[in-house]
Each structure stands twice: as structure tokens, then as C-alpha cells.
Design a protein around this ligand. Structure first.
Ligand SMILES: Nc1ncnc2c1ncn2[C@@H]1O[C@H](COP(=O)(O)OP(=O)(O)OP(=O)(O)O)[C@@H](O)[C@H]1O
Length: 261
């Protein structure tokens, strides 16, 4: 996959670098030293509790490192509040304000005050069209399906138009066919915009579907990095192969060869 679909968006992303970033939750230590290439989709995998969400939270600014630097492009953002970072984030659930319409939920990405200009309204309409939600602008989140709610979250990302997009298992609650649709939508948006995407997933097939690069976490640190095609080949990192064999919960419950239904 390339970002060549839109020359204007091709260099849009910024590299994300965690330089010897240490952090802890009580007795649980983390140490991250890793670079996410600009304008690429990097899938982040690892056993439950290995620190995937923690890593995203450090990049987003919801957590602060004890030491080390969080770099986005050339800027050290380690002390910036989340709102000042050039980042958008989509979670598995609870991305939307329940009492606000689809249109207003997306508009928030443009302007938290929701005092939108004509141009802002046009951008919201265009984003909703792009994610296939034209005509549903006035609905409340509870009047949408799970997949549609995640489309609203993606539309908000589009109007925010930040160089870095963090996705924490955004499609985990969706069935396989819908998940594939959402991955295709995400890949399309990435091809147009060229933002840097960090995509946390438990699903090897999702990582293979859209991941260009891979980062594998284990026990609070980066155990392996590389190009996705190499990771999933026979000569992929041993720790990753073991993880795939055991399944993310260490019980063999999932397998790389698992077929979509
Ligand atoms: N707010 C918190 N307070 C205390 N401990 C936390 C907190 N958030 C996470 N942890 C702990 O930090 C470790 C890493 O959690 P994290 O959510 O980053 O893992 P993960 O790899 O995203 O897991 P999963 O795949 O289950 O979502 C876990 O042991 C978790 O219990």
C-alpha cells in the first residue's frame, strides 16, 4: 500500500519516536525505545497486558513518561497536553458523546466550541459522505450500529486532519465482515491523507490486512520490529511466532491460520 493516491497527502504524516521512554503503573514498569515511520500504518501487537494501550497513551499525552522523550516529527511533545499534540485517537468504544448528533460529534473534531463556520460545516458533510454516513447527520449515537458509530469516529478524525492517528482496537467489537469493511475504509483514508497510523490489534489477520510495519510488544517493552511481510513469513521474529502459536491470551485460543468466517 502506498500513499501515492493523493500527492498532497503523501508527506502528511510525522514520524513518532519514543526515546528510552520509561513509565510505570505501580509495580508494572515499561520501557519503550521505538520509531514509527512517517506516513506508514504500523500494527502494534502483543499479549494482553504487554503495554499496547500504555504506549498509545504516552504518545497521546494521557500518560507522562518518568524519563525519556516522546518525539512527533522534530518536536518533543513530552510535556504537551493531549489537546496540543498533533494526534487523533480512536478507541474500541465510547468515542462519541451520547447526547450529540452525528453531525455535532464530528464537528467537535473541527472545533470543540462547535461554533462552526460554513467551511467547517462543509468539511463535516464531506467527511460524513466519505465514511458512508450521508443522510444520518441528525441521528444520535444510540440510533446507529456499532460499525456506524466507528465510522463517525473516523469522520471526526478526518475533520481534525492531524498527522498522527492512534487506533486502539477500534474495530474489535465488530464482526469479521464489518471489520474488513472498516479496515478497507481506513486504508483508503490513509492512502488519501498519508497520516502516520499506529494501530493496536489482537487480530493477526487485521495486521496483515493493512499493516505495513509491525511492532511487537512483550512485557512492557518492544520485543521486535520490522516490515509486516517479514514478520508474518517463516523467518519472522521468534517471539512473535511463539505469540501467534499461543494466541494473545497465552492459551492457544487464536491462531494465525484462523480463517475468516
Ligand atoms: N490506569 C492503570 N492503572 C494501573 N495499572 C494499569 C493501568 N492501565 C493499565 N495498567 C496495567 O498496565 C499493564 C499494561 O496495560 P495495557 O492496557 O497497556 O496493556 P495492553 O497490551 O493494551 O493489554 P490488552 O491487550 O489487554 O488491552 C497491565 O498490567 C495493566 O493491568
Amino acid at each position: 500500500m502506498t500513499s501515492a493516491g493523493n500527492a498532497a497527502g503523501a508527506d502528511k504524516g510525522a514520524a513518532v519516536r519514543l526515546e528510552q521512554v520509561s513509565f510505570s503503573y505501580g509495580e508494572t514498569p515499561f520501557l519503550f525505545d521505538v520509531e514509527f515511520a512517517a506516513s506508514k500504518i504500523t500494527a502494534i501487537m502483543g499479549p494482553s497486558g504487554s503495554g499496547k494501550s500504555t504506549l498509545l497513551n504516552l504518545v497521546a499525552g494521557f500518560e507522562t513518561p518518568r524519563s525519556g522523550r516522546v518525539m512527533i516529527g522534530d518536536a518533543d511533545v513530552g510535556t504537551e497536553p493531549p489537546s496540543a499534540r498533533p494526534v487523533s485517537m480512536v478507541f474500541q468504544e465510547n468515542n462519541l458523546f451520547a447526547h450529540l448528533s452525528v453531525e455535532r460529534n464530528v464537528g467537535l473534531g473541527r472545533l470543540p466550541s462547535l461554533r462552526l463556520t460554513e467551511a467547517d460545516h462543509a468539511a463535516v458533510a464531506e467527511a460524513l459522505e466519505r465514511v458512508g454516513l450521508a443522510g444520518k447527520e441528525q441521528r444520535l449515537p444510540r440510533e446507529l450500529s456499532g460499525g456506524e458509530r466507528q465510522r463517525v469516529a473516523l469522520a471526526r478524525v478526518l475533520v481534525r486532519d492531524r498527522p498522527v492517528l492512534l487506533l486502539d482496537e477500534p474495530f474489535a467489537s465488530l464482526g469479521p465482515a464489518l471489520r474488513d469493511d472498516m479496515l478497507d475504509l481506513l486504508a483508503g483514508v490513509h492512502a488519501e491523507r498519508g497520516m502516520t497510523v499506529l494501530f493496536v490489534t489482537h487480530q493477526p489477520e487485521d495486521a496483515r490486512h493493512i499493516g505495513q510495519n509491525m511492532v511487537f510488544l512483550d512485557n512492557g517493552t518492544v520485543a521486535a520490529t520490522g516490515v509486516a511481510a517479514d514478520f508474518f513469513g517463516r523467518s519472522g521474529p521468534e517471539a512473535f511466532q511463539r505469540y501467534l502459536g499461543a494466541g494473545p491470551f497465552g492459551d492457544g485460543s487464536r491462531d494465525v491460520a484462523r480463517k475468516r468466517t
